[in-house]
Design a binder for this molecule. Structure first.
Ligand SMILES: *Cc1c(COP(=O)(O)O)cnc(C)c1O
Length: 406
């Protein structure tokens, strides 16, 4: 066994996996809280959080316990039978949000695919078969299926896969006039990330989201919030729509929802949900008991004043460190985002080097993310300890120093 394991190296990746990723040179083998260890036993502070997924850190005892308990009880039923963990989780989500109905899927992509299909179906069955236009935004990211890359606003992810689904229009983010110019009675939905994640960690302005709400009401279009990355406590409220005080018609959640176990959800009202009927949509695994048991345990911890109330001061601690680093090296032009979704835009002299900084950081023993070539992104555990923040940022400062001094 030990021999088999030692034969697995980073080089194996290129021999085995499709060449769609460029993973780090080291392979993580163990995690605990906000620390991760690689095959060589080197330790890292984790500010990447598996891309905003491990919101309670690695191997949180409550999640491990839920997984073990459900793993010894019932793994899978399919949608031919319902199951208790899914019903309990669904009830809790409904009690805590605007939603009156929920459907579980397995990934952010699938939750969004469900949302876009529902919005089209609702409009075409309730109003007109010609009410099909989807308005979305430049730099948006909504997933990797053909429909979701097409609604996403980054052509590099959708080009070459055509013909693409039709009647999708992209306009600049945070530009209400641009939306007004293309919105009409044929619009079935406006799809937006309240805080764009992959696109560069850019928060919507409150006026923008309120304006979208008003336009959707005026044109009888559904407002979809993709909270796959910015939801589940990341901004200090359970969902970011609560922070903005603007309620969508449909909301999608994934990433942190399962704390690392694949699961996603689409939330909506009873009225909109009722457009679907038996057979309209589905998933074999969606709402799987294992996934929902872990997600329920994560939900019970995240949706508490202790966790949500700690986000702002943790953010401040990160931002203070970034400021200090910047005073010394002048490497960032802006620090932005909300809560524990933090983006630091590289200044002119360092444009395009986010990935270099990522690698330098890993070398110093801290895992961070990028969001495009010019933005360093942090999406740590929501319960990251102050001592881990300080240690990780000290390591990050060394990485910045290496980049800055060449
Ligand atoms: C990650 C992400 C998705 C896609 O989720 P997957 O689980 O990778 O399919 C969709 N929308 C947003 C905003 C995301 O950040």
């Amino acid at each position: 066994m030990a021999n088999e394991n030692s034969a697995i190296t980073r080089a194996t990746f290129d021999d085995v996996i499709l060449p769609v990723y460029a993973p780090a040179q080291f392979i993580p083998v163990k995690g605990q809280g906000s620390r991760v260890w690689d095959q060589q036993g080197k330790e890292y502070v984790d500010f990447a959080g598996g891309i905003a997924v491990t919101a309670l850190g690695h191997c949180h005892p409550a999640l491990v316990s839920a997984l073990k308990q459900q793993g010894e009880t019932l793994w899978h039923t399919s949608n031919v039978f319902t199951n208790e963990p899914a019903l309990r989780l669904g009830r809790k989500i409904i009690d805590a949000t605007f939603a009156e109905r929920v459907i579980f899927m397995n990934s952010g992509t699938e939750a969004n695919e469900t949302a876009f299909k529902l919005a089209r179906y609702y409009a075409s069955t309730r109003y007109s078969p010609y009410k099909t236009k989807i308005i979305a935004f430049h730099n948006a990211f909504h997933g990797r299926s053909l429909f979701t890359v097409s609604v996403g606003g980054q052509p590099k992810y959708s080009d070459g896969f055509g013909p693409k689904p039709a009647d999708i229009i992209h306009v600049p983010f945070n530009d209400l006039h641009a939306v007004k110019a293309v919105m009409d009675d044929h619009t079935c939905t406006v799809v937006v990330e309240p805080i764009q994640g992959e696109g560069g960690v850019t928060a919507a302005t409150p006026e923008f989201l309120q304006g979208l709400r008003d336009l959707c009401d005026h044109y009888q279009a559904l407002l979809v919030f993709d909270e796959v990355q910015c939801g589940m406590g990341r901004v200090g409220k359970l969902f970011s729509y609560m922070h903005y005080g603007v309620t969508p018609d449909i909301l999608t959640s994934a990433k942190a929802l399962g704390g690392g176990f694949p699961v996603s959800a689409m939330l909506t009202t009873q009225e909109i949900a009722s457009a679907f009927h038996v057979g309209s949509h589905g998933s074999t695994y969606g709402g799987n008991p294992l996934a929902c048991a872990v997600a329920e345990a994560a939900f019970d911890i995240i949706n508490t004043p202790q966790v949500l109330g700690g986000i702002q001061s943790k953010r401040q601690r990160f931002v203070d460190h970034l400021r200090q680093i910047n005073e010394q090296f002048n490497i960032f032009s802006e620090v932005r985002g909300m809560g524990l979704l933090i983006g630091a835009e590289l200044s002119e002299a360092y444009k395009g080097r986010a990935r270099d900084l990522l690698n330098a950081a890993a070398e110093q023993g801290v895992m961070v993310l990028n969001a495009g070539p010019d933005v360093v992104r942090l999406a740590p555990s929501l319960v990251v300890e102050d001592a881990d923040i300080d240690e990780g940022m000290a390591r990050f400062a060394k990485a910045v120093q290496k980049i800055a001094l060449g």
